[in-house]
Design a protein around this ligand. Sequence first.
Ligand SMILES: NC(=O)N[C@H]1NC(=O)NC1=O
Ligand SMILES: [Zn+2]
Ligand SMILES: [Zn+2]
Length: 446
Amino acid sequence: MTSYDLIIRNGNIVSADSVQLGDIAIKDGKIQEVAYGRKIDGDALKEINAEGLHVFPGLIDSHVHFNEPGRAEWEGLETGSKSLAAGGATTFFDMPLNSTPPTINAENLALKKALADQKAVVNPRFWGGLVPENIKDLKGLHDNGVIGFKAFMSPSGIADFNHSDDETIFKGMKEIASFGSILAVHAESTVICEQLAEEKISQGKTSARDYVESRPIISEIEAVRRIISYSEATGCKLHVVHASSRKVVKIIEEAKQRGVNVTVETCPHYLALTVKDLEEKGGLAKCAPPLRDEDEVEELWAALANGEIDVIGSDHSPAPASMKTITDNFFEGWGGISGAQSTLNILLTEGYYKRNLPLEKIVKLTAENPAKRFGLSTKGKIATGYDADLAIVDLNESFTLHNEDLYYRHKHSPYVGMTFKGKVKNTLVNGEVVFENGKIIVDKVQ
Ligand SMILES: NC(=O)N[C@H]1NC(=O)NC1=O
Ligand SMILES: [Zn+2]
Ligand SMILES: [Zn+2]
């Protein structure tokens, strides 16, 4: 009589507070037992020998744009989720925009959910959108299970997803607070960014540096200060996405200390790339907020080490190569980085190896914290009763990322050419091996 579906033997099990040798037994998609320092008795249909390897809780990517339905020529739920699995991620929260129709009412959410059920190889979850037109639809989205709501404080770059003026944000936050959900914001100041861009363009200043200067850190700070005030006035929980600088993080830190219910995310690109990369790699490295200079990058790592940042999300926002090619005008071309497959690689190589960021902190930022913040009560931990969402990693294996290694619909990324130390060997989703020996081995999530 077989007692388990799968036993992972002798792995270094990484949690938010320790790295310990042990066995993990799995049945019916759940972790049945975690045994530290001893062998689990019983047998299983399959065993994985994880000797010399590290077992992480699968990453929860709180921020991706997979663009289906409606813009599958940019990315898709299949290619996007496969890239996550190849990078050790087991759950994603898809953003409401870049898909058409955007996820701004329950009907549109149902369309996206149905597609994800058919195509995703890791667990899908969805953000709803807050736009000036849909305050009345927020409750319906909430009742249908969205993680929370996403609003843009500055133009989104997408015609069918309007950014929210202050009136909309305030009204929306009151409504979202009434049913206890959370608002995630893209926080840049419309006034600052638009006027600076106009000035630059009218003077013919369109270099990478000009683009960066048109979206300065103070523009993020201004928007974050405003939205924190609105959170304090409405009682609405707040999550600031893609902070590019520790100066932004500091504002949030101060608010937390006053008791404001606010968290902050940053992205691998703000930790691994600088303005120099934007100058060298061109459109591939264009995003908003833009990449910053080296000293800002180091400060952001310090903030991570110091526990000032809650969550790392990839903000994977891809587009076809033709839209990422910039010859001389950096105000043109798509702002959005293809990176979902590389989050753990960056945290291990640039964080753990280069800057002594403990593995435990990586687990906190990529699994435990997002699970807690966004109410995924059975995810984010390797413990009895939790979903068996796992990434098994060889910390000693190095590789150079090539275009053909990417599972994206468009096989490009600013990380191509980088050499990483730490390679994902297996990814398990709900107890099922979805990625093994460098290959995706399932068609959809079980
Ligand atoms: N629409 C969209 O995906 N925008 C994203 N891209 C980016 O670089 N920042 C964003 O907010
Ligand atoms: Zn954004
Ligand atoms: Zn985004």
